[in-house]
Design a protein around this ligand. Structure first.
Ligand code: FAD
Length: 475
């Protein structure tokens, strides 16, 4: 790869003017340049990690195979958790200008519906945004570049350099950088980094090269989304349907969504869970068509209102992917299976794991070495451990349509219970409920009001057996 090729493909993106972040790429692209960190993937996790590291003064490169702005299959929904990270990165004004602000969730199912505002919370706002990933991801990557990161567009990681044996069992292999290919010219070059960050998303070829594996007995999501024009494109609620059906009219474990984008369109999708034995046989395209037919008339969804074809993707959840750290390597976001099993949300967890990883990387680079890098696991356990244990066990249970129907029936009778559930499922419990023991107690107490005794006992047992740290010892 010639240096000029890199200069040509380097950010900036909208809305940062070219002059503000370009023109200084040449020295960085020399093959002997050693970055503090090379990050593979410029999605939410990679760009957040790059932003926090660059802001702290570290010399960081991001390698992104696509050229921003680029589409990414997603529901385009930001919850208050995502908004908090967006605001912390100084981007809320830009996201507000490009996206649609909304106030809460309307849950629908089995003939009932209830609209709930996002809860008041001391750390998170009580609103979210819907914004296409076409608009969002470029903003966040640009921000990382403006903070000092070198962000390469149209440059694909094809191999890892000097892959070395893991330093211990249940750790990733090491690497000293990445071989990249300029997609426009086909030329390759080596980018060296003291730390290599794996942020290449759900399929994570680079993670697998270092030894990551997904626990197949833990839940995984599969989802399809498409855009439709709708008169309710600027509704104040995102909508979630808990009783999606296949073409034969049978309830399928998963959910359907309609997220208003505020630009004339809504994002419509269906998501399924791998915990159900029928998952392999389900035709998601048919499922989507049936959902569109069945969606409330107020949205006016029809085949004619579809804007382009639907596309799908996988949602690795509950930290089902590991190991996540090696001597010089670390996996974040979807590459580590970070999606919240309760609601399929992954953008917030991409931002958060990128930021948590940046803290451990900085400690490692600052002299802490491989031990400091491994503190990322402790940070994850502290941030998500018990919550994700409960979430994984819960989605396994809820895959049984009869149980789901029963829960929806019970839940919809009480506005208080539904509001508690919303806070629980979006990981917006208040801090006094957020200690590791408290969160489990609180979650169980909320779910206990929903689930029959036998199911609650099964949930309790499952949660006890699972633990975030055990992911590192996954098959
Ligand atoms: C249908 C669907 C709907 C969803 N809806 C929502 C939602 O509404 N809200 C929500 O919060 N989450 C949602 N998610 C989950 C969310 O999209 C992900 O959790 C999130 O994108 C994870 O961010 P990431 O940075 O880890 O990975 P990604 O966003 O996948 O980013 C990875 C990046 O790495 C790049 N890359 C990959 N390989 C290479 C390589 N070899 N070299 C260079 N670059 C590479 C890719 O081009 C990509 O830009 C949804 C997912 C799906 C599939």
């Amino acid at each position: 790869m010639s240096t000029s090729a890199v200069a040509r493909t380097r950010l900036p993106l909208r809305p940062v003017p070219w002059s503000s972040v370009s023109d200084s790429t040449t020295p960085d692209t020399a093959a002997d340049h050693l970055y503090d960190a090379v990050i593979i993937g410029g999605g939410p996790s990679g760009s957040s990690c790059a932003y926090w590291l660059a802001r702290a003064g570290w010399d960081v490169a991001v390698v992104e195979k696509k050229t921003f702005p680029r589409a990414k299959t997603c529901g385009d929904g930001l919850t208050p958790r995502s908004v908090r990270q967006i605001a912390d990165m100084g981007l809320e004004e830009q996201v507000a200008a490009a996206g649609h602000r909304y106030g809460g969730l309307r849950a629908c199912g089995f003939g009932q519906e209830m609209a709930m505002q996002w809860p008041d919370h001391p750390s998170f706002p009580s609103y979210g945004y819907c914004i296409t990933r076409f608009d969002l991801d470029g903003l966040v990557a640009t921000n990382a570049a403006a903070a000092g990161a070198t962000v390469f567009n149209g440059i694909e990681a094809i191999e890892l350099l000097d892959v070395s044996e893991p330093i211990a069992e249940h750790r990733l292999a090491g690497a000293s950088g990445v071989l990249v290919k300029d997609k426009a010219t086909g030329t390759t070059t080596a980018l060296r980094g003291r730390i290599v960050v794996i942020a290449d998303g759900a399929n994570s070829r680079m993670g697998r090269l270092l030894g990551t594996q997904r626990r197949r007995d833990w839940p995984m999501g599969m989802a399809l989304r498409g855009y439709y024009t709708s008169p309710l494109h600027d509704d104040d609620f995102i909508e979630s349907h808990l009783d999606i059906r296949d073409a034969q009219g049978n309830i399928v474990p998963g959910y359907g969504w309609i997220f208003p984008l505020g630009d004339g369109r809504v994002n419509v999708g269906v998501g399924l869970l791998s915990t159900d034995r029928r998952w392999k046989g389900v035709n998601t395209t048919k499922l989507m068509e049936t959902f569109v037919d069945f969606a409330p008339d107020r949205w006016e969804l029809t085949n004619e209102s579809a804007v382009g074809p639907a596309t799908g993707g996988r949602l690795p959840m509950g930290f089902s992917v590991g190991p996540r750290t090696g001597a010089t390597t670390i996996a974040i976001g979807d590459a580590s299976g970070a999606i919240n099993p309760f609601n399929g949300e992954g953008i917030a967890y991409g931002y958060e794991t990128g930021r948590l990883a940046a803290a451990s990387i900085a400690e490692s680079l600052g002299g802490g070495g491989e031990e400091a890098l491994a503190t990322y696991e402790e940070r994850l356990t502290q941030a998500y451990g018990t919550y994700y244990d409960v979430a994984r066990a819960f989605v396994r249970l809820i895959s049984e349509p009869k149980l789901m129907a029963m829960c929806v029936g019970v839940g919809m009778r009480s506005e208080t219970l539904m509001n508690e559930l919303l806070a629980l499922m979006a990981n917006l419990l208040r801090p006094d409920e957020r200690g590791p023991a408290e969160v489990a107690y609180r979650a169980m107490a909320t779910l206990g009001r929903l689930l029959p005794d036998k199911a609650l006992a099964a949930l309790f047992n499952d949660t006890k057996q699972a633990s975030l740290t055990s992911v590192s010892s996954a098959a």
